[in-house]
Design a protein. Structure first.
Length: 394
């Protein structure tokens, strides 16, 4: 018996786009209409295998084929070419609440949605109180769902779908719904599935979720599988090579251009170029600049964010009281972070050059330079703190 519960072999998925022609039966049967249809490849020759008990994340820019891939795996879509094979009971959390009827109450929709998902009515009846408790909607359960907010709607949908006991769970962007408390409950339910040895396939734009919950990641770009492996490494490949294709990660650049940042080189403790660094060791950043005129008392600034956009730290040469009387022509300025206290993860560096009084922004690049950090210890968190254990003298 195969150890793989999901297998995709040279899968292609194509969609035909007919432009603005009215979608009538006559047009659908028209040879001319079919001949002039535009073909869009959502997936192009994608192959991968997932073992029983694995949690695999799928990332990529919008339009890269992630949702189409999940549709093929769960069987709501058929491949144009290739083959997708799954083993075991499969539950998709793709479009939560898609089977809800707006005129029915939350109570009635729990049974309706459960039937659509293939959950026996007796199981729903037995687990009803647990579903309602998980959703946090007990006070609204007998209200028609047309009066629910979008967050309430999705919370109820997740609570019903999560009651299935599948061998394979497919999740598409449902971990970012609801308030923080409900998100934590969803993540805890995911951990429960993992502890029970279930297989999970997760699509998410939350790169932190992919790194934290997945043992492996797939990166799709324009329908092709371009990277596969360790989640941190795949996420870094995404940030470095494809982030500008994503609407979630926005790099910005502006300024008068009287002084510009021409290039940046990250260097490790051996002064060698690198893009991944280790907690506790030095990180050197060489900033090559060009000033088209003499600029008195310029200020070079930087900031660091997580891959999810959480601001971590920012400073500049003015704050650091670094003597920089003037710049003109080409030069290099080095920023050293030693020791690097960031923990395991992927981060963005932003850089800027502005006037002493902050009134003129010569050049600024926000979230422009990604880099990775690996933590050699088993400690967890965002920062490494300088800690010591001792027995106080009595």
């Amino acid at each position: 018996m195969s150890e793989f519960v999901i297998e995709a072999e040279q899968v292609c998925k194509e969609y035909r786009v007919f432009g603005s022609v009215t979608p009538t039966l006559m047009n659908a049967l028209s040879r001319y209409h079919r001949k002039n249809a535009r073909v869009i490849k959502a997936l192009d020759d994608v192959s991968f295998r997932i073992r029983k008990g694995e949690t695999v994340g799928v990332i990529g820019p919008n339009g890269s084929g992630k949702s189409s891939l999940l549709g093929l795996v769960c069987g709501t879509l058929s491949p144009t070419r290739g083959r997708v094979r799954t083993v075991g009971v499969l539950a998709p959390l793709l479009e939560l609440g898609a089977g809800f009827h707006s005129e029915l109450t939350g109570r009635e929709n729990i049974f309706l949605n459960g039937a659509i998902l293939g959950i026996p009515k007796e199981t729903i009846r037995r687990r009803f109180d647990h579903i309602v408790e998980f959703s946090g909607l007990r006070d609204f359960i007998d209200m028609p769902v047309k009066h629910y907010s979008s967050g309430m709607y999705i919370r109820l949908g997740f609570s019903v779908a999560a009651e299935m006991d599948p061998d394979i769970l497919l999740i598409d962007e449902v971990l970012a719904v609801g308030d923080v408390t409900f998100q934590l409950k969803c993540l805890e339910r995911i951990r429960d599935f993992q502890k029970r040895g279930r297989t999970l396939m997760i699509v998410s734009h939350s790169l932190q979720v992919i790194e934290e919950f997945c043992g492996r990641a797939l990166l799709l770009h324009r329908g092709k599988l371009v990277a596969e492996g360790d989640p941190s490494e795949v996420v870094f490949t995404y940030l470095k090579n494809y982030m500008n294709d994503s609407n979630e990660i926005r790099t910005t650049e502006y300024g008068t251009q009287e002084a510009v940042i021409e290039g940046v080189t990250f260097r490790d403790e051996k002064n060698l170029p690198a893009d991944t660094f280790h907690t506790g060791r030095p990180l050197h950043i060489d900033i090559a600049y060009l000033a088209t005129k003499r600029i008195e008392k310029p200020v070079f600034g930087f900031s660091v964010k997580t891959a999810n956009g959480v601001y971590i730290f920012g400073s500049n040469t003015q704050i650091a009281q670094f003597p920089l009387d003037a710049i003109e022509g080409r030069g290099v300025l080095r920023l050293t972070i030693a020791p690097l206290t960031l923990m395991h993860g992927n981060f963005f560096l932003s850089l800027s050059i502005h006037s002493w009084d902050h009134l003129i922004q010569y050049h600024r690049r926000d979230d422009w330079y990604p880099f990775g950090v690996k933590n050699p210890t088993s400690a967890l968190g965002l920062f490494q703190l300088d800690t010591r254990w001792s027995r106080p003298e009595s």
